[in-house]
Write a protein that binds this ligand. Structure first.
Ligand SMILES: [Zn+2]
Ligand SMILES: [Zn+2]
Length: 150
């Protein structure tokens, strides 16, 4: 599956499936995306390739050890990485050119949610982030997988 930024200068390729999709309502994702929340999925680094435009990528350290990458030409958010977890690239789903065939498991950082946005689905909501709720994500992933195979 390929992904491209708005100007098309950056092209990535993901082999295999992306990980669980989450909606992140943290204040940093709001600012970085310019809207209410970010839709993200984890991809193992071995399944991630930068096909074109590596020279356009700029990284910003939005909190200690968290790098947010964006296109220096069009401003599209591309991914984030964590120094503590170098094996994972957290891709911004808006980048993808096809259906990743994953649907969001839950909303995170709902405690920071934009007051002008209302969550109207019935997905689980967590006050803090994916790091703080890693166990719940594992459980939800297991349930989603079981549902798919049954
Ligand atoms: Zn671009
Ligand atoms: Zn966030």
């Amino acid at each position: 599956m390929t992904g491209t930024c708005l100007c098309g200068g950056i092209r990535i390729e993901i082999t295999g499936k992306v990980g669980p999709v989450v909606y992140c309502h943290c204040s940093r994702c709001q600012k970085a995306s310019g809207t209410a929340f970010a839709a993200n999925a984890d991809v193992r680094r071995k399944y991630w390739t930068m096909v074109a435009g590596a020279d356009l990528v700029r990284e910003f350290e939005s909190s200690p050890g968290v790098m947010r990458a964006f296109c220096s030409r069009c401003g599209s958010p591309i991914y984030s990485t964590r120094v503590a977890n170098p094996d994972i690239v957290r891709v911004r789903l808006g980048l993808l050119d096809a259906d990743p065939e994953r649907r969001s498991l839950a909303h995170f950082w709902v405690g920071n949610k934009a007051p002008w946005f209302a969550i109207t689905d019935d997905l689980p909501q967590f006050r803090l982030g994916t790091d703080e709720h890693a166990d719940e994500i594992l459980d939800m992933t297991r349930v989603a997988m079981a549902r798919r195979t049954s």
